[in-house]
Design a protein around this ligand. Structure first.
Ligand SMILES: [Zn+2]
Length: 373
């Protein structure tokens, strides 16, 4: 397996030598369309087009209008006669939706509440151009950008393969991968996508959802414990590489009122008396958290608790909670769910000379890197 991967990368390195010189002339590749929901539940959508375009019925593909250069135009649910419209720019034309430029085509669809959602149909590689900038610092070393491109490509391809939604495979927010269209593209991240064109991670010849997170805080966590996903590529890995991360250790003070209000919103209406960690997994993340209340107690996993309170406040499930009067002081390690690649760890590894493939095989043990063809 190692030989296969090494050979593969040798071939890739040879090929990549060309793309270093000309970012535009790339290896031929299979066009893999992905459907990304870029807006949802909006009352209107502003569209602007430079160059020739067609507007078609989203279902029948009947051409409704054909022209060039559309000034800013507001599409409201009333404008759409059928289920939705498709905006098809000619090659070289530019489409802006709410002042953000997108490659590919745009569907604007009416939902059952008479609101609109927007879906961008785009090539997987071009989609990644608009993802990477949001997921990593584009000034980081190229090997970590390449590792991120491969992980993000794998994740997107997996979502496309398992998607059961009629209209889209991915959303453009943090629940999937943050995507900002062409407006979010940067030269260095685009180059990292091009240098890894078509490469994905597989385990036993299957693409898996290559999760990643900002900082593991000392150890990644097993996806079996967190999400009941039982494949060896998600086994916990010790990682001190992220000790340089600003999120390696964190502290947050929250009021009891705030915590009670967030728990109430989630359906747990209790007056908090105290907290107690009953169990942690091998990485230190809380798996069983007891909140003693007036009248009743509740027990949650650390991950569920942080999602209820706010994942950017309680940054990881690896935390301690200490009640002090009206306040609770949370101290913890890392930022994110902790499964798969630790991005700050990967950054430090790349800074120390690790190659993208070695970084990935560290965080996804037993995986193979293969080119999608
Ligand atoms: Zn780490």
């Amino acid at each position: 397996m190692i030989r296969k991967i090494t050979t593969l990368f040798f071939v890739i390195l040879l090929c990549c030598a060309h793309s270093l010189y000309a970012m535009g002339s790339l290896l031929p590749h299979r066009y893999i369309p992905v459907r990304v929901r870029v807006m949802d539940g909006v009352e209107d959508v502003s569209v602007r087009i430079k160059g020739p375009y067609k507007i078609m019925d989203q279902v029948t593909e009947k051409v409704l209008s054909e022209s060039r250069d559309m000034r800013e135009f507001s599409v409201s649910p009333g404008y759409i006669k059928g289920e939705g419209i498709k905006i098809l720019p000619a090659s070289g034309a530019r489409v802006y939706v709410n002042n953000r430029q997108f490659r590919g085509t745009i569907d604007i669809i009416k939902d059952k509440n008479n609101r609109l959602f927007v879906v961008n149909h785009v090539d997987l590689e071009e989609y990644l151009y608009g993802v990477l900038y949001h997921e990593v610092n584009h000034n980081w070393p190229v090997e970590v950008l390449k590792a991120q491109a491969i992980a993000a490509r794998t994740y997107a391809l997996y979502q496309k393969l398992v998607s059961k939604n009629k209209y889209y495979d991915l959303t453009a927010d943090a629940y999937s991968q943050v995507y900002g269209g062409r407006t979010s593209e940067k030269w260095r991240t685009t180059r990292a996508v091009n240098l890894t064109r078509g490469l994905v991670l597989m385990y036993e010849n299957k693409v898996f959802p290559a999760y990643f997170h900002a900082t593991c805080g000392g150890s990644t966590t097993d996806a079996l414990t967190l999400w009941n996903i039982d494949i060896p590529v998600f086994l916990a890995r010790v990682c001190d590489f992220c000790a340089i991360s600003p999120h390696y250790r964190w502290r947050k003070e929250l009021t009891m009122d705030y915590l009670e209000s967030m728990l109430k919103k989630a359906g747990y209406d209790i007056g908090i008396i105290s907290f107690e960690v009953l169990e942690r997994d091998s990485s230190g993340r809380v798996t069983d958290f007891l909140i003693k209340g007036k009248g009743k107690d509740i027990r949650l996993s650390g991950n569920k608790f942080r999602l209820i309170v706010g994942p950017n406040l309680i940054r990881s499930a690896n935390f301690e909670a200490e009640k002090k009067g009206k306040y609770v002081i949370f101290t913890g390690k890392g930022w994110g769910h902790g499964v798969g690649m630790c991005q700050w760890g990967a950054f430090n590894m790349a800074s120390q000379g690790w190659k993208a493939e070695d970084i990935l095989l560290y965080y996804y043990p037993g995986a193979e890197i293969v080119r999608v063809e």
